[in-house]
Ligand binder design. Sequence first.
Ligand SMILES: Cc1cc2nc3c(=O)[nH]c(=O)nc-3n(C[C@H](O)[C@H](O)[C@H](O)COP(=O)(O)O)c2cc1C
Length: 303
Amino acid sequence: MTDLSVNFAGVTFKTPVVMASGTFGFGREYAEYFDLSKLGGIAVKGLTLKERLGNPPPRIAETPMGILNSVGLQNPGVDAFITRELPYLKQFDTNIIANISGNTVDEYAEMAEKLSEAGVDMIEVNISCPNVKAGGIAFGTSCDGAAAVTRAVKDRAKVPVMVKLSPNVTDIVSIARAAQNAGADALSLINTLLGMRINIETHRPVLANKTGGLSGPAVFPVALRMVYEVAAAVPLPILGMGGISTGEDAVEMLLAGADMVAVGTAIFNDPLAPIAITAGIKAYLSRKNITSVTELTGRVIRS
Ligand SMILES: Cc1cc2nc3c(=O)[nH]c(=O)nc-3n(C[C@H](O)[C@H](O)[C@H](O)COP(=O)(O)O)c2cc1C
C-alpha cells in the first residue's frame, strides 16, 4: 500500500496535494467537477478583515506558460467567510487553511483568532501579495515585518500558523528564518512573481493595475529553486507551490524539500488537475517501490 498521508506541522493531511489560495475560491465552483474530499486541503481565497472589491479590470493577462493577475484580494471579509463559506467547506473531509492578509499587524492577529475559533485547521499568513498597495507586501519583503506579523498571529491563533513567502525579494532564506524565529509552524512558498505586459496598440499596460503577479508553469523552476534553498536552511515543514501542473512537477517539488504541494493556476486549464497530480504522485511512488510520500521530501538536499 502506498501511503500518501502527511503529518504537516501537527495536522494530518490525507494527501500532499492542497489547492493554492486564490485559485480555488471557496471551492463551490469546483465541487461540480470532483469530490472535494479527495483533496489533502484547501487554502481558501485570501481573506481580509473587511470585504474588499479588489482591483478594477482587466485583472488577468495571459503570458506564454502562465498568467499575470492583479485581482487585489477580492473577498467578502472574514465574518462573511465564517458564516457563509466555512460551513459549506466543512461538509467535505479535507483540511481548511484560512489565508489571511491585513493592513496592520493587529488586523492579522484579530483574523487569526476569529478563524481558529471558527474551526479552520490552519492559518496561512499572506505577507506576500504583490497586488495590493498597502499591507501584505510591506511585511513580506523585510525580515522585521515578517517577524512582527508572525509573532502577532502566533500569539492569538489556536491552530498551526504557516507563513507564505514572497519570491519578490533578494534573499528568501533570510525572510524564512525571520518567520521561523518568530514562531512560525510552517512555511509556504512561492507567491506570484511581479510582472507586466503592455498593449502595443494602445501603449498602455494590459492590466488596469499596471503590474501583476505571474504564476503557472513559467515560474516552476524559480519556485523549485526557492523551496530547495529554504528547505536546506530552515527546519520547518514546507508547502511548495508555483507552476505545478503534473504529478512529475509535484514529485520534483517534494524532492527539492517540500512536505506538501499546492496547485493553483493549473486548475484554470484543467479542473481535474489536482486529482491527476495526486494520481501521478501515487503512480510514481509505486513505480519506485516507495511506500510513503514523506520519504521523498528533501531527497535532493540529503543526496
Ligand atoms: C488569480 C490568483 C489569485 C491569487 N490570490 C491569492 C491570495 O488571495 N492569497 C495568496 O496567498 N496567494 C494568492 N495567489 C497565489 C497562489 O496561491 C500561488 O502562490 C501562486 O499562484 C503560484 O502557484 P501556481 O503557479 O500553481 O498558481 C493567487 C494566484 C492567482 C493566479
